[in-house]
Design a protein around this ligand. Structure first.
Ligand code: NAD
Length: 300
């Protein structure tokens, strides 16, 4: 089985690397945080002392990092690309701006290395279950080469187009996700303010034209569904700060192309209002946006 260098072992990268190790890949892993390194070791990865060591013997070098500036800093400014052996396929699974992916693709190409942007959808539960969807940007042959590795961490691999297309597809999806999560929270709170049971209202809307993923799979109202962040005080899941990051990236991409994204801009501003200056709110799951509507409600 191939050797994989894996950098960034957080909420997503940790279970992704664990799935690769469980499927028999040799995973040489690194993270800045000791607790993340410890978990990776327990999951069967070979934990190494720095990022260069992680990629030194890699046939596939994967990063799953918080942001585009961090990805660029590591691969380009700190020149991690120079530590990658010839023939290695570099894959960035982080959610970043399409321009960050294209910059990394150019830097990799200059060194004769192949690159894919391959951000994911599915969240922490899908990362743990190995059912992520990958949206790839790059050459078709490289997508095919990466497919067995990606399918060890997910269940679907899409080829969105050239370099940066995976990153762009991810931003479009998250823009829509933010919008339907906010709409779902708004409708549920309106129902509760008018005396409805949120469980009954959810059932009605799921069988009606208001049905959507946020309502059906990730209900934001506490007590409606088990196993979702709303059932555990909005802990874990996909942080408000990460959703804000993605919405800001989507707005940047829209500005560059002159696209009109009025709903996305409103979603970004509602999330900023919800978070305020409170880092604790920023760390909670994005379905906690429900509380913005709860705070504004009059009791019956
Ligand atoms: P996270 O903050 O839990 O994990 C990021 C990890 O990267 C941390 O463990 C951190 O220590 C490590 N790190 C940061 N800089 C590093 C460096 N220079 N070298 C080595 N390690 C470094 O974030 P996450 O939730 O795992 O998200 C990772 C990426 O996946 C983000 O781009 C996010 O937008 C995207 N994403 C997240 C979700 C989700 O539900 N959490 C879903 C889809 C996509």
């Amino acid at each position: 089985m191939a050797t994989i260098g894996f950098i960034g072992l957080g909420n997503m990268g940790g279970p992704m690397a664990a799935n690769l190790a469980a499927k028999g890949f040799r995973v040489r892993a690194f993270d800045l945080v000791e607790a993340a390194r410890q978990r990776a070791q327990e999951a069967g990865c070979e934990v190494v002392g720095d990022p260069r060591e992680a990629v030194a013997e890699a046939e596939f070098a994967i990063t799953m990092l918080p942001s585009g500036p961090i990805v660029r800093d590591l691969w380009i400014e700190r020149d991690l690309l120079s530590a990658v052996p010839a023939g290695c396929l570099v894959i960035d699974c982080s959610t970043v701006a399409p321009e960050d992916s294209r910059a990394l693709a150019r830097a990799a190409t200059e060194r004769g290395l192949a690159f894919l942007d391959a951000p994911v959808s599915g969240g922490v539960a899908a990362a743990a279950a190995g059912t992520l969807a990958f949206m790839c940007g790059g050459e078709a042959a490289d997508v095919e080469r990466a497919r067995p590795v990606l399918l060890a961490m997910g269940s679907r691999v899409f080829h969105a187009g050239g370099h940066g297309a995976g990153a762009a597809a991810k931003l479009c999806n998250n823009l829509l996700l933010a919008i339907h999560m906010i709409g779902t929270a708004e409708a549920l709170q309106l129902g509760v303010d008018n005396g409805l049971d949120p469980k009954v209202l959810s059932e009605i809307m799921r069988a009606s034209s208001g049905n959507n993923w946020s309502l059906e799979k990730y209900n934001p109202y506490p007590g409606v569904m088990e196993g979702v962040p709303a059932a555990r005080g909005y802990q874990g899941g996909f942080a408000v700060d990460l959703m804000l990051k993605d919405l800001n990236l989507a707005l940047d991409a829209a500005r560059e192309r002159g696209s009109a994204v009025p709903m996305g801009a409103l979603a970004r501003n509602l999330y900023a209002l919800h978070r305020g200056a409170d880092p604790e709110r920023g760390r909670r799951d994005f379905s906690s946006i429900l509380e913005l509507f709860r705070r504004s409600a009059k009791s019956l």
